[in-house]
Design a protein around this ligand. Structure first.
Ligand code: FAD
Length: 552
């Protein structure tokens, strides 16, 4: 018996049938649909996907005819009687309740969008997005009310996808985010460019300012008020402020719930009851890098977990690997992707002994038309170079690099492995030294002691001599206070101008020329450090260089 018939539940059911032709398999879902593509919902609202049928991956008929699996829609499992191994099911339409016995029970009830008890939260025109009917309601509202302005509350994955799709429907969109950055899973300096990009495509981005409540305006619209006292008019509001695991059923049945609020399972997706498995957004999983329990509401893990649960139910010794939260999101032509741990996740987990390198290589050969930078941050363990995480932002080629690094992290690879990674190359796809190789090389240089890094936040406290090795015109366009400009090509001739009794911190645009400079200076007996990521990272990340465009 399977509770929930979308990502985790449907995969589990189909796998079960592939492994056991004789099992009786029933999927219960309280909704109107089974196996629908919830990841496509923002694009259905935005009219990018125009036919709802495209989102229905498999209906009850297909499950019955192709797999001999029974799907009972509008049937909610309301309780689990563990003693007698029965579930209590309520037919939502007739309100009839009945019992169904199980040998193995799989819970895949997902997660529900957070809807905080703010004043006015229940006013018409305020939506969350989880199910197909949610997206139908939102679409109908937009079609009928024809709002000119929209407010999206929450600047994470779903919030920014919704911002893009509402803008696509012709609305002026304001994004209100409680954190002082968009894309909260990213490290803040990586999110700064994201904010600038989004701000260029929407009416307004309001950061560091939680929503205080909602009011009806005199013209029938909505007013979204924030803690700072700001007010934003909206014809429609979409809340995308995160999800909570749906654990009521499990909790009431006395199954163990973990510290993060998800159902606790072992690596075989078994709950604290040996006859009950749980998968998907409702469960806690181990993070591969930090070893800590986490909630990772993503479709990939849910699908794989469904498959593992089916294997185990059928007697196979399968195990679910820890997660890396590999994720990608695209909006307004920008792609953001990450895998493994970020710097803030490492710090929160109390992990130190790591370093970060930043680089900004193009996605393909610079001489081939259309070259665009990928802003990449790679985290690695200093004791042995083991990869811990990567984040990338750019217009093209972002997800490919993160996917490669995701696999490397999964295999326990080091920065030295990335140096040697052999990837496909032609000018329109990459470079002979791919951004993945470059990331490995930059980090390996640090590991081997060829160069020492300095990070931009350290600028506040350093006494070091600051050397800018960019060209004079670049320096004129903007530089760091107190820096002295000697272009790399003049460095040998002007070597005598440098102090020999102070550490020298070198920077250029992206860290490449400054690396050459560091090698030259170090081999001539000077103490040098390379400012990681160059002026580009400085401009993106730290208060001195930070653009004000997105600040509240
Ligand atoms: P769900 O897919 O949510 O399915 C749970 C089902 O269980 C629901 O149909 C519910 O009605 C049913 N149910 C719950 N309780 C009961 C009960 N007691 N009785 C009967 N039925 C019950 N992930 C990505 O990796 N990439 C993306 O781009 C992405 N985009 C997303 C966009 C949106 C708008 C949303 C909402 C999610 C997105 N996700 C994305 C997340 C991904 O969809 C989820 O991680 C995945 O669907 C989780 O699968 P699940 O089986 O745990 O739960």
């Amino acid at each position: 018996m399977i509770v929930g018939g979308v990502a985790g539940g449907a995969s589990c059911a189909a796998r079960l049938r592939r492994l056991d032709e004789d099992a009786q398999i029933v999927i219960f879902d309280r909704g109107y649909y089974v196996s629908f593509a919830n990841c496509g919902l923002p694009y259905f609202v935005g009219n990018v996907i125009q036919q709802e049928s495209k989102l229905l991956l498999a209906g009850p008929d297909l499950f019955r005819d192709r797999f001999n699996i029974e799907v009972r829609l509008r049937n909610e499992v309301v309780a689990i009687d563990r003693q007698s191994q029965q579930i209590i099911v309520r037919d939502v339409d007739s309100e009839r309740e009945y019992r169904e016995p199980y040998d193995a029970l799989v819970l895949s009830p997902g997660a529900f969008p957070i809807r905080p008890p703010l004043p006015g939260i229940d006013l018409p025109g305020i939506f969350t997005l989880r199910t197909l009917p949610d997206s139908e309601d939102l679409r109908s509202w937009i079609d009928e009310a024809k709002p000119r302005r929209a407010v999206v509350v929450g600047g994470g994955f779903i919030g920014l996808e919704m911002a893009e799709n509402l803008a696509h429907r012709g609305m002026d969109v304001t994004v209100v985010e409680m954190a002082d950055q968009l894309m909260p899973p990213l490290d803040p300096e990586m999110a700064e460019g994201v904010c600038r990009h989004v701000a260029a495509h929407v009416a307004h981005v309001q950061l560091g300012d939680p929503v205080a409540g909602f009011e009806q305006s005199s013209d029938g619209g909505l007013v979204v008020r924030t803690w700072s006292g700001a007010a934003f008019d909206a014809g429609v509001v979409v809340l995308a402020i995160g999800v909570r695991p749906e654990t009521k059923l499990a909790q009431e049945a006395g199954l163990e719930i973990g510290g993060r609020g998800g159902i606790r399972v072992d690596s075989q997706m078994r709950t604290s009851d040996p006859h009950i498995w749980a998968v998907g957004d409702a469960v806690e999983v181990r993070n591969r890098v930090t070893g800590q329990w986490e909630l990772v509401p993503l479709a990939g893990p849910a699908n794989r977990q469904g498959r593992i649960a089916a294997d185990v139910i059928c007697g196979r010794d399968s195990h679910f690997s820890p997660v890396q939260a590999t994720a990608v999101c695209g909006f307004f032509g920008l792609t953001v992707a990450l895998t493994g741990a970020t710097e803030k996740v490492l710090r929160r987990a109390g992990i130190d002994g790591f370093k970060a390198v930043y680089l900004h290589p193009n996605q393909h050969a610079s001489y081939y038309p259309g070259a665009k930078p990928i802003h990449l941050k790679l985290l690695f363990r200093t004791s042995d170079g083991r990869l811990l995480g990567a984040q990338a932002v750019g217009e093209e080629g972002v997800e490919r690099r993160i996917d490669v690094i995701a696999m490397a992290i999964q295999m326990g690879a080091t920065v030295f492995d990335l140096e040697e990674t052999e990837l496909c190359y032609a000018p329109q796809y990459g470079s002979a030294k791919d951004p993945v190789n470059l990331a490995g090389m930059v980090a390996s240089n640090v590991m081997r002691g060829d160069v020492q890094l300095a990070s931009w936040p350290e600028l506040d406290t350093t006494e070091a001599f600051l050397l800018d090795v960019r060209e004079v015109e670049e320096f004129r366009d903007g530089s760091i206070d107190g820096a002295v400009n000697i272009p790399l090509s003049k460095l040998r001739a002007r070597f005598h101008e440098l102090p020999h009794d102070r550490e020298i911190w070198v920077y250029c645009r992206a860290g490449h020329r400054s690396y050459y400079a560091c090698r030259f200076l170090a081999q001539n007996g000077l103490r040098v450090r390379n400012l990681s990521g160059g002026y580009r990272t400085y401009g993106a990340g730290w208060p001195q260089g930070r653009g004000q465009v997105c600040m509240s």
